[in-house]
Design a binder for this molecule. Structure first.
Ligand SMILES: NC(=O)c1ccc[n+]([C@@H]2O[C@H](COP(=O)([O-])OP(=O)(O)OC[C@H]3O[C@@H](n4cnc5c(N)ncnc54)[C@H](O)[C@@H]3O)[C@@H](O)[C@H]2O)c1
Length: 278
């Protein structure tokens, strides 16, 4: 088998696909998803458009599965690019799953990829605007989220069920943790000349979001578009615009950072018409 530069992608959703299409030309793209059917669908769409995508079953909440996924990708060549768009949302999963997949799983993935990313490699992980809405944590809590060994993370006090209000709160904590892990890991990735950043999108139109618009919380979402400065939801291709900056040489001085792309919804939430009534 001839070797190619490899891009690994987790989570075969619209955001992952948009970034893979933007940055994955000429590379072997190994796309992992717990639901292999999702990965196969994206692989077929992209392979019909000239890309080289291999769908692989993997589970972000399981270290062995992550390691097998990485080992499979390495059979094709050096891992030069990394995109993590896998995850579950607050309306899809209970608190335990959100913590196990979005928080613990992302921490393990960043750590395992950091051990093998090629010299000069780049990665982005998708977090969410949700992490920006939660009030500040203490400096000690932030540090614990950033550097506690991944296997001990779920034993932290702030992540115990009695301290978590609901699935949205769990999702916010997971995203806050992702951003702190990205900061801490970027230092480690830097030793390999590699860079790692996070992108925190607001509402991006994907099949999942469309379900939400048409579901019982549809009015909540429509209100969010109407009252954010952009006045509309975003697209996965706009997220890929940010990924392109972060993953190309133009972003060579950017690492350990999180970029918010939410049409200004967070600004409106704190200082504008989306501010919750006290
Ligand atoms: N769409 C939005 O509005 C939005 C906004 C902010 C953040 N995000 C985040 O961006 C990421 C991608 O979003 P999307 O809209 O493309 O989502 P999506 O639901 O289309 O894709 C997510 C994929 O992750 C996979 N997945 C779930 N659990 C997994 C696990 N344990 N292991 C491996 N794969 C797993 C799912 O099967 C799915 O294919 C998610 O983490 C989401 O929370 C999305």
């Amino acid at each position: 088998m001839s070797k190619k530069d490899v891009m690994i992608v987790t989570g075969a959703g619209q955001i992952s696909m948009a970034i893979a299409r933007r940055m994955g030309y000429g590379k072997k793209i190994v796309m992992g998803d717990k639901n292999i059917q999702n990965a196969k669908i994206i692989a077929e769409t992209m392979n019909n458009a000239g890309f080289d995508v291999e769908p692989v079953k993997m589970d972000l909440s399981d270290r062995d599965s992550i390691k097998n996924f990485i080992a499979k990708a390495q059979e094709y060549g050096n891992i030069k690019m990394f995109v993590n768009g896998a995850g579950v949302s607050p309306s899809q999963a209970p608190i335990e799953s959100i913590l196990k997949v979005d928080l613990y799983g992302t921490a393990v993935l960043l750590e395992e990829v950091g051990k093998v990313i090629a010299q000069g490699g780049v990665g982005v992980t998708i977090s969410s605007q949700s992490g920006w809405r939660m009030p500040q944590l203490t400096a000690a809590e932030d540090e614990a989220l950033a550097i506690t060994p991944a296997e001990e993370l779920l034993r932290l006090d702030i992540l115990q069920k009695e301290n978590i209000k609901d699935t949205l709160h769990a999702y916010q904590l997971a995203n806050r943790c992702n951003e702190k892990r990205v900061m801490a890991q970027s230092v480690i990735w830097g030793k390999r000349g590699a860079r790692l950043n996070a992108i925190a999108p607001g509402i991006i139109v994907t099949p999942l979001a469309i379900d939400e618009f048409n579901g019982p919380r549809g009015d909540f979402y429509k209100n969010m578009f109407a009252k954010c400065p952009a006045g509309r939801p975003g697209t996965a291709d706009e997220v890929a615009n940010v990924a392109e900056l972060l993953m190309s040489d133009k972003g060579a001085f950017i690492t350990g950072s999180t970029f918010l792309i939410d049409g200004g919804a967070t600004s409106s939430y704190f200082y504008g018409p989306l501010k919750p009534e006290q």
